[in-house]
Ligand binder design. Sequence first.
Ligand SMILES: O=C(CO)COP(=O)(O)O
Length: 126
Amino acid sequence: MLNIALIAHDKKKLDLAMFVKEWKDVFEKCNLYATKTTGTIIEEKIGLKVNKLESGPYGGDLQIGSLVSYGKIDFVIFLRDPLTAQPHEPDVTALMRVCDVHNVPLATNLGTAEAIVIEIKKNLEG
Ligand SMILES: O=C(CO)COP(=O)(O)O
């Protein structure tokens, strides 16, 4: 099963939830990981089981980065808010960096996320 990490800053959480709902048939066949608030919204609004880590500002981005470095995450969707300063900006940068270090696909917008999810769906239908 593919392991997918889902993270969104506050102003992007609705976009991410709608995206996950649209592609629920794919996401329900994957192990999902998320930072706490993002994961709670996806569980409550979409009804998918999510392995929830800490909230981003409390270290959740770093926890997901750690999973990436252990090779436990296959794909990260990280919808950042480019217009709002984040107190944990260094953690945000660290997560993106570790994805690049380990060549783990990282979607920071829904266009890229959709392209990758379409590919995953094709593979699942095999
Ligand atoms: O802050 C975040 C990512 O940097 C996300 O954390 P939450 O999902 O807990 O809001």
